[in-house]
Design a protein around this ligand. Structure first.
Ligand SMILES: Nc1ncnc2c1ncn2[C@@H]1O[C@H](COP(=O)(O)OP(=O)(O)OP(=O)(O)O)[C@@H](O)[C@H]1O
Length: 291
């Protein structure tokens, strides 16, 4: 199974805003993390992949066939969790899931089984008869994930699935995504590096609509080997370092401060220790400009 995304371009406001700029990548079963800052083009890409938005040019192919031509056949293999918006606040969760199951064309028996098991999976069985309007942010996220899985999709597109979740829920959802990903193509967009650092087989880095890089987390962080350093500084020096370096972390050590920097040019005249780079360091290296 393959999803080929080829040379996508998309602009808004009559070409003034370039949201996607010749973006290409091929996905096979497994989890992909789509990482980029606000406005990078993540939602635009997901909307095109889910056929909710037309690209200006380029195409998306599912097993060699254009998704536009596949139409309904493509929708039956697709699960999409959009960002929280327009939830049916007056619906109970149960009614919402039955409604979504009907839209996806599930038979009654199939829908009943699926809804029961998904409610358990997302830990919302006890809330099934409560209205969505009274749900917390985390509960809404879990309801949206459940609806995306109703048709047992082969391609699962998740737009910031852990936004608004507390750490316990975040871990639960992350493990669950990892578990179900075996025979699916799962694309997760996020700003939160830890959501995908350990479960993604590849990370796709998107900046101003352009593909910066896509590779395993290990290969990506290897690109900044020797560029991550811990430096012991005086308190008075902190502002200088914050203004002139990418500071990915800092902590106090007696009367000194230790700053973690991601840099091509480590400071001289300081005690420096080379540190093991993380995906968060890489994110900062790529997306924090002008340093
Ligand atoms: N309907 C629209 N009309 C005009 N400009 C838009 C529209 N949708 C998105 N944009 C612009 O296109 C660019 C990409 O936006 P997009 O929402 O795809 O990015 P994103 O990476 O998903 O951002 P976020 O993380 O904030 O959701 C941004 O500059 C955004 O302002």
């Amino acid at each position: 199974m393959r999803l080929e995304i080829k040379n996508l371009c998309k602009t808004y406001k009559k070409g003034v805003v370039k949201a996607l700029d010749d973006f290409s990548v091929t996905l096979t079963p497994g989890v992909y993390g789509l990482l980029g800052p606000n406005g990078a083009g993540k939602s635009t890409l997901m909307n095109i992949i889910t056929d909710n938005l037309n690209a200006d040019s380029g195409e998306v192919l599912y097993d060699g066939e254009e998704i536009k031509k596949l139409g309904k056949d493509y929708r039956t293999v697709l699960g999409y969790m959009p960002q929280q918006q327009g939830l049916y606040d007056d619906f109970t969760l149960n009614r919402f899931l039955w409604y979504m199951a009907a839209l996806k064309g599930l038979k009654k028996k199939e829908a009943k089984e699926k809804i029961t098991s998904l409610l358990d999976t997302v830990n919302l069985t006890n809330a099934a008869h409560k209205k969505l309007g009274g749900f917390s942010g985390g509960m809404k996220q879990r309801a949206l994930i459940a609806q995306a899985l109703l048709n047992d999709p082969k391609i699962l597109i998740l737009d910031e699935p852990t936004a608004g979740l507390d750490p316990k829920e975040r871990i639960r959802i992350r493990n669950f995504i990892s578990e179900i990903a075996e025979d699916k193509i799962v694309l997760i967009s996020t700003h939160v590096v830890s959501d995908i650092e350990f479960i993604a087989k590849e990370i796709i880095l998107l900046k101003q609509g352009k593909l910066v890089s896509h590779d395993t987390c290990q290969n990506l962080v290897n690109e900044i080997a020797n560029k991550v350093v811990e430096v012991e500084i005086e308190k008075e020096e902190l502002k200088y370092f914050q203004d002139n370096y990418r500071v990915s972390n800092l902590y106090h050590n007696d009367d000194k401060i230790v700053v973690r920097l991601v840099t091509d040019n480590p400071p001289e005249n300081h005690k420096i220790t080379i540190a093991n780079p993380t995906l968060e360091d890489l994110y900062l290296y790529i997306f924090e400009q002008g340093m």
